[in-house]
Design a protein around this ligand. Sequence first.
Ligand SMILES: Nc1ncnc2c1ncn2[C@@H]1O[C@H](COP(=O)(O)OP(=O)(O)OP(=O)(O)O)[C@@H](O)[C@H]1O
Ligand SMILES: CC(C)(CO)[C@@H](O)C(=O)[O-]
Ligand code: BAL
Length: 288
Amino acid sequence: MQICRDKQAMRDWRGQAGRIALVPTMGALHAGHLSLVAHARTWLDAGGGGRVVASIFVNPTQFGPNEDLATYPRDEENDLVLLRQAGCDAVFLPTVADIYRPGAQTVVEVTGLSRILMGRLRPGHFRGVATVVTKLFNIVQPDAAAFGEKDYQQLAVIRQMVADLDMPVEILPVPTVREPDGLAMSSRNRRLSPAERAAAPVLNRALDRAAQMIADGANLPAVRAELRRIIRTEPLGQIRSIDIRDAADLSRVGAIRRPVVILLAVRFGDVLLIDQRVAVPKGEMNVR
Ligand SMILES: Nc1ncnc2c1ncn2[C@@H]1O[C@H](COP(=O)(O)OP(=O)(O)OP(=O)(O)O)[C@@H](O)[C@H]1O
Ligand SMILES: CC(C)(CO)[C@@H](O)C(=O)[O-]
Ligand code: BAL
């Protein structure tokens, strides 16, 4: 596995690599990230082969001033072992100074989607994500890039950006990988206390129940009330946002008539966990 520690090394490797699929991450890798690597490989193999490159970069511009940039988990040594085992061909590990040169003035912002939902809780977050993903695409020049459905709004932002700016990159959505008790894998899970970790699967339980209610024909207020009731059974969790949106474009819905996505953000101590579930109302075909 080739290790590229700066843009020039990455560009040199890219120049002789043929077809490429990129897996952008912030490190502290887990089985969810490795599933992105596997999906990238499957996509390449279906089209005649190619190389998988993962990037590990804790991007400062997507963290707000009071967020967890300083304490974000980092574990480069183990990450490299996992990526090697997963069959990754190259890894891009740039420094902040290499990515953000002094005097830069340009950002990328998906104006509508970035300002709703998590964009309200984390102002500027999606501008940081869109900007760094654009830079990664420009440096690595991948044919495809894999993103997890756990970060549902992020995936929507990236898809919108790629379409709006005619970026020649196919976006590969990857289903959420979960712990045996249903908790969505996340790098931040390792910062939960034992009691918080024991309480955290409540997100998945609430989503299961809400998706079942929607499949049975329940209305929006009833589903919202049940989500709140279930999450409140775990007093360590502090609800930051509960939303039910159109699954296709994240627009508001007045009633559940088409597939919707249920989006949860719940804080445990200073760790913000998110999770999501697409739910299909009674009588509707799941078109996803
Ligand atoms: N459980 C998961 N299943 C599938 N993909 C995932 C999972 N967790 C993260 N991803 C995806 O991996 C990519 C990199 O995410 P990131 O490095 O931020 O990991 P994370 O576990 O989401 O960390 P965080 O704690 O910051 O949420 C993103 O596309 C993200 O959606
Ligand atoms: C896409 C990403 C790597 C951009 O920094 C990050 O937001 C993440 O890990 O999901
Ligand atoms: N996976 C999303 C990255 C972040 O929380 O900043």
